[in-house]
Design a protein around this ligand. Structure first.
Ligand code: SF4
Length: 444
């Protein structure tokens, strides 16, 4: 063990080394057969041969379960099989591909890292700790993961799973989310990563720790009866499994209200909805959603915007509750209607204007006009940087670029419109769907 290492187990130096070696051998022996077959793992549970693949998988796995990552990872690697390919992608494509995984800064940082590696290192991910730590969004955990899994260096890592395992295994009663608690855990992790047994198999050691935390030493109901290191576990011996790790109580998410408008245009078989793109950098930055706003004045601001573009609020849908780590949104969606909406049968000649209003006197076919400048301008008053019309299917697809909240809003509104009776005119056939009217013909 290196000089900077604290005592891990305690006792004489010989007893300490022997206990640590036994602990590591037990955990590595377990991982050799218990590792899950996941697409980013190589033979025997080793890390992928390609450091870029390790980088992608580790970014996706932060705060997300492995089972939820598999499909995203496979689609991502098919689309951008190399770091250079990712560097050449647009941010919009990157965010769209990430849609549904959440915590979108991970996608932006991964994209920025690809560009930085191309610019600084000729497209080859560096293996030196300082060069890795200088990449966008690459923190101590990712440095440790890349060094140990991709480059077979004896390097420590601590994520939520590893922290939980260490806190229980060594009965650590300090709060690991504090600066002092984190420092102590990292020192422990360094000591173990450099100990001889783990130091000879850095990739397996890092992955074994995380695998134990994910599959056996779970947050609630850990399977101590099948744990390979149960014999050394101090929390188990002292009856503290359920009380460790210690974490200070988080503040509950702050309540926040938001109001959105579902604006649709076109015929039932080709309904399109209006989307705005949020500015990059903030919450859900760069992602798309129906027009909306949040805060105490959300309702008034949305009504003012609707007035500006000739819309009025139709039905109000049941509130959606959308919870993030620090905020709990109550989201109200109104189905927008054109102020001068008229019901007409499909036999009437005419055309739709840019926001779906039908003019029975025009002679052109109801095409799908581009978003006009004044509507785009009006959306920018709500903070959006771009606007587009989009079918519900395209919006909800994996490349639609909607935020998770945007997906929920569109899902709710589309489901609502589907159960609405189709507007009919006396003696006429199926009515033309105007803004806010008629169900889309699309199915999902
Ligand atoms: S014995 Fe239980 S608490 Fe201890 S490390 Fe194993 S699973 Fe976790």
């Amino acid at each position: 063990m290196t000089d900077h290492s604290p005592a891990v187990v305690g006792g004489s130096e010989a007893a300490e080394s022997s206990a640590v070696a036994e602990l590591q051998a037990q955990l590595l022996g377990w991982y050799a057969t218990a590792w899950r077959r996941l697409p980013w793992r190589g033979a025997g549970g080793s890390g992928a041969a390609d450091p870029y693949a390790v980088l992608v998988s580790e970014c996706m796995l932060q705060l997300t379960r492995a089972a939820a990552v598999v499909d995203y990872y496979q689609r991502w690697m098919l689309r951008w099989p190399t770091l250079v390919a990712l560097a050449n992608a647009t941010e919009a494509d990157v965010l769209a591909q990430w849609t549904g995984l959440g915590y979108y800064n991970r996608a932006r940082n991964l994209h920025a890292t690809a560009k930085a590696v191309v610019a600084r290192h000729g497209g080859v991910l560096p293996s030196e700790p300082a060069a890795l730590a200088a990449l966008p969004g690459v923190g101590p955990y990712t440095v440790g993961a890349l060094r140990s899994i991709a480059f077979a260096q004896a390097a420590a890592l601590v994520d939520g799973n590893v922290a939980r395992v260490y806190c229980r295994l060594f009965a650590r009663t300090d709060d690991w989310s504090t600066a002092g608690g984190k420092k102590g855990l990292w020192q422990l992790a360094e000591a173990l990563a450099h100990a001889p047994v783990a130091g000879q198999q850095p990739s397996a050691w890092s992955q074994a720790l995380m695998e134990l935390g994910a599959t056996v030493c779970r947050p609630r109901a850990p399977s101590c009866e099948m744990c390979p290191v149960a014999g050394a576990c101090r929390a188990l011996a002292s009856g503290k499994v359920q009380t460790l790790p210690v974490r200070s109580k988080r503040r509950p998410p702050q309540p926040c209200s938001a109001r959105y408008a579902f604006v649709a245009r076109g015929r039932p078989e080709g309904l399109e909805l209006l989307l705005g793109r949020r500015p990059t950098g903030g919450r859900w930055g760069g992602l798309w959603e129906p027009p909306g706003t949040e805060g105490a004045t959300a309702s008034a601001r949305l009504v003012a915007w609707m007035d500006d573009v000739g819309l009025t609020a139709g039905e109000t849908l049941a509130p959606l509750v959308h919870t993030l780590t620090h905020r709990r949104y109550t989201v109200v969606v109104v189905v927008a209607q054109a102020v001068d909406t008229i019901d007409v049968s499909v036999e009437v000649d005419g055309a739709f204007d840019a926001i779906g209003r039908f003019s029975p006197t025009a002679s052109t076919a109801p095409a799908a006009p581009a978003v006009p400048a004044d509507l785009l301008d009006s959306l920018s008053a709500l903070g959006y940087t771009a606007a587009r019309w989009c079918s519900p299917d395209a919006a909800l697809s994996s490349t639609g670029g909607l935020s998770r909240l945007g997906q929920r809003i569109v899902d709710q509104a589309v489901a609502h419109l589907r159960v609405q009776p189709v507007p009919r005119v006396p003696g006429g056939s199926e009515a033309v769907a105007l803004v806010g009217g008629g169900p889309p013909a699309t199915s999902r």
